[in-house]
Design a protein. Structure first.
Length: 262
């Protein structure tokens, strides 16, 4: 037999799924729900906690509980890198029409809000080893956030590391105000004579840090996908190491492997 808080949660859950409570709607105050269901406020709080853990509602401190709006999903495929390479040498006007986030979400450029932050840092041991440079070498760290204009959480937390001397021949590549760069990173590399040969991606999952959970607005208990992308030039050099933190509640990774015929 269901306990009291489960019965309250079930009734509210049914109302949400049936559309009687829509995305963004505010739930009645805890005291009002306690009166309605004839239960104590602590019992109501346990029911609401259950719904928050399921990602159906969210609590805004000092305001109340609201039906959670569904986030825009993103499908990231391994074919996106060839798609980006095919565009790298196209005219700027064509490259500016769409980017990788639009490719992953089906959205248009005007649907998105984009932010880039650059800073020069010394390479710590782990990143230096991945890039094949000495510890302390000058790197350009680039942080990217892209979100739907109607949402407050980004699609992911992206941090890219480039060897500064490698891209310095084009000063525009050191300037965050030039972002978003039409055609993305592969087009940037093309401007300094670098062509990518392959991209390796490793994906793991883990609980988010408190900072990640807050920025990505994750429901309690939601994991993040941690993607390490390493880009190799045609001469064998590692030219980019990128770490991407993806929200597990709205990200799909799709891998397609063409097979040779017998």
């Amino acid at each position: 037999m269901a306990v009291a808080y489960e019965r309250i949660a079930d009734e509210l859950r049914t109302a949400i799924r049936a559309g009687r409570l829509g995305p963004g709607d505010r739930l009645p105050a805890e005291t009002k729900l306690a009166e309605r269901f004839g239960r104590s406020v602590p019992t109501v709080r346990e029911a609401l906690r259950t719904l928050r853990d399921e990602g159906l509602i969210e609590k805004r401190h000092g305001v109340g509980n609201f039906v959670r709006r569904e986030r825009t999903p993103a499908r990231r495929t391994n074919l996106r890198h060839q798609w980006e390479k095919d565009r790298a040498r196209e005219p700027v006007a064509r490259r500016a029409l769409t980017g990788a986030t639009e490719h992953d979400t089906g959205l248009k450029v005007n649907d998105l809000v984009f932010r880039a932050r650059y800073r020069e840092i010394p390479a710590r041991a782990e990143i230096a080893a991945a890039l094949g440079v000495h510890e302390g070498a000058a790197l350009l760290e680039r942080s990217y956030r892209t979100r739907h204009a109607s949402e407050s959480a980004p699609f992911g937390l992206v941090t890219s590391y480039l060897v500064r001397d490698m891209i310095a021949p084009n000063p525009d590549l050191l300037d965050e105000t030039k972002e978003p760069w039409p055609g993305g990173t592969q087009s940037q590399f093309h401007s300094v004579g670098i062509e990518l040969d392959r991209v390796e991606e490793r994906v793991t999952a883990r609980p988010p840090t408190p900072e990640e959970a807050e920025e990505l607005e994750l429901p309690p208990g939601t994991s993040v996908l941690v993607l390490r992308k390493v880009s190799y030039a045609t001469d064998g050099r590692v030219v980019d190491v990128t770490d991407v933190i993806l929200p597990g509640d709205r990200t799909e990774l799709l891998f397609t492997t063409p097979l040779e015929r017998w």
